[in-house]
Design a protein around this ligand. Structure first.
Ligand code: CP
Ligand code: NVA
Length: 332
């Protein structure tokens, strides 16, 4: 069996293809146990730190419930609730937390912060989202695709439309390249993944046989794809005044019924890491709706609520995959 004990997950490339696939299979087994009402004790007596410099619903909830399901305790240190990076260097906080906890989740802005934490903690560190990568999201997304694809994973193709420079877009490009899939990132030129991120994907694709495409052409990007994926047009921490220009740039990339139809695949499914602005039922949705006259941003309500949408399966899979990650890296 695979041994990932003591390992960090700071970015997707911390795992090789076999290790990534092992975590997906472990998540599937743990999901099966949970659904059968079997509670594990694989993390009994362990303590897990959850350090969030940004807010979260899914990631935090998944870490907490997953830890409790396997017998571990968690300590949540929310935005502004610890000295990390403010009154104390990240390297110092890492060494302190590493003396007390058996594993540390970190969500923040600068990716270097989680790298520093991982280098100094001496216990597994998991990236719960930075400006560059969202690796725990990828575990859930690949499990969800495996669940819904009516073919082997290596034949799966997915297309991400929208802000191609954010953490989720970067991670989707690199994950598909790592696993040998057919990945398309569709975004206007200024919002395509940086040359550095594309280079990582190109290198991985050469070894895995993945097909990776970065384009601004929606029709060719979506054609023949199994999954259409989008994310918010402005990520956490980006300045609010950018909404206007960003909406103007990305409105053509909104996921509509027509865009899904352009896949010419009647079984095409819709994915979104969430949270999503698909109606005016949020403070932000109302504010942007009134200001720009829009009922939805990155995805229409029609698509979000359609049978093609598997976003809540995807959200649930955050729990099972994060559990697999903690069990694989922390359990004896
Ligand atoms: N998808 C995701 O990471 O959601 P949260 O911000 O709610 O954790
Ligand atoms: N790109 C989004 C993802 C949220 C889960 C953000 O960083 O805000």
């Amino acid at each position: 069996p695979m041994n990932l004990q003591g390992r960090n997950l700071l970015k997707e490339t911390d795992l090789n293809r076999d290790e990534f696939e092992y975590l997906i299979e472990l998540a599937e087994r743990l999901r099966h146990e949970k659904r059968a009402g079997i509670r594990g004790q694989r993390l009994a007596g362990r303590n897990i730190a959850l350090v969030f410099e940004k807010s979260s619903t899914r990631t935090r909830a998944a870490f907490e419930v997953a830890a409790h399901d396997e017998g571990a305790q968690v300590t949540y240190l929310g935005p502004g609730e610890s000295h990390l990076g403010h009154k104390e260097s990240i390297a110092d906080s890492a060494r302190v937390l590493g003396r007390m906890f058996d594993g540390i989740e970190f969500r923040g802005s600068a990716h270097e912060a989680v790298e520093t934490l991982g280098a100094h903690a001496g216990v597994p560190v998991w990236n719960g989202l930075t400006d560059l990568w969202h690796p725990t999201q990828m575990l859930a997304d690949i499990l969800t695709m495996r669940d819904h694809a009516r073919k082997p994973l290596e034949d799966v193709s997915y297309c991400y439309l929208g802000d191609g420079r954010n953490n989720v877009a970067n991670s989707l490009l690199v994950t598909g390249a790592l696993l040998g899939l057919d990945v398309r990132i569709c975004a206007p030129g200024e919002l395509q993944p940086t040359a550095a991120v594309q280079a990582v994907a190109t290198d991985l694709a050469a070894g895995s046989g993945a097909r990776t495409v970065v384009t601004d052409d929606i029709g060719s990007a979506v054609l023949g794809t199994d999954f259409v994926y989008t994310d918010v047009w402005l990520s956490m921490g980006e300045p609010a005044p950018n909404w206007g220009p960003r909406i103007e740039q990305l409105l053509p990339y909104q996921v509509t019924t027509k865009v899904l139809g352009a896949s010419e695949n009647p079984a095409v499914k819709f994915l979104h890491c969430l949270p999503a602005l698909h109606n005016r039922d949020t403070d932000l949705g109302r504010e942007l709706g009134e200001r720009y006259g829009l009922d939805a941003l990155e995805v229409t309500d029609e698509v979000f609520e359609s049978p093609a949408s598997i976003v809540f399966d995807q959200a649930e899979n955050r729990l099972h995959t994060i559990k697999a990650l903690m069990v694989a890296t922390v359990a004896p």
